[in-house]
Design a protein around this ligand. Structure first.
Ligand SMILES: [Zn+2]
Length: 156
């Protein structure tokens, strides 16, 4: 799909509003900001409670370990992985990835799914020319999707 000289992928299941997109961008910015000191503080994971395993649906968690070397330097290791908490399903995802890798993957996903408000308005107007009913239905669906998304988030 082409709009304003840019190509947008026509994915339809996940919808991200401009506001949500901005929030995630803010999280990414915060995550990329340099942290001067190495700490054992466990709650520096910006995606806590937000990301689930694609295989079993359990939350992705984060661990930060600091290794102290004899020469006096410290090195932090960060891991993100599936909590594998489901009792009725044995998840095979045993790999870990760093938060930096996770951020890259999220960014790549967002580029696929983000729908810019201006584009949405333009698409609605365009559709209106063909079928006013179709637009009304679509807007209803979007409101519904938005609502269920919020409920889903609350539970997470
Ligand atoms: Zn899993």
């Amino acid at each position: 799909m082409r709009y304003g000289g840019k190509v947008y992928q026509g994915k339809h299941t996940a919808m991200v509003t401009q506001k949500e997109f901005d929030q995630v961008q803010e999280l990414i910015k915060r995550k990329n900001a340099p942290r001067p000191e190495v700490t054992n503080e466990p709650d520096t994971f910006p995606y806590r409670g937000l990301i689930k395993c694609g295989e079993c649906g359990c939350l992705i968690t984060y661990t930060r370990k600091v290794r102290h070397y004899k020469n006096g330097t410290d090195q932090a290791f960060e891991y993100c992985y599936c909590t594998r908490r489901r009792k009725d399903y044995l998840c095979t995802q045993r790999i870990t990835i760093t938060p930096q890798e996770l951020t890259k993957k999220i960014r790549a996903e967002l580029e696929k799914y983000a729908i810019i408000d201006d584009f949405f308005q333009w698409a609605c107007k365009y559709l209106e020319r063909f079928d006013a009913d179709a637009v009304a239905t679509q807007q209803k669906d979007i409101r519904y999707a938005d609502k269920s998304h919020r409920i889903h988030r609350k539970r997470a």
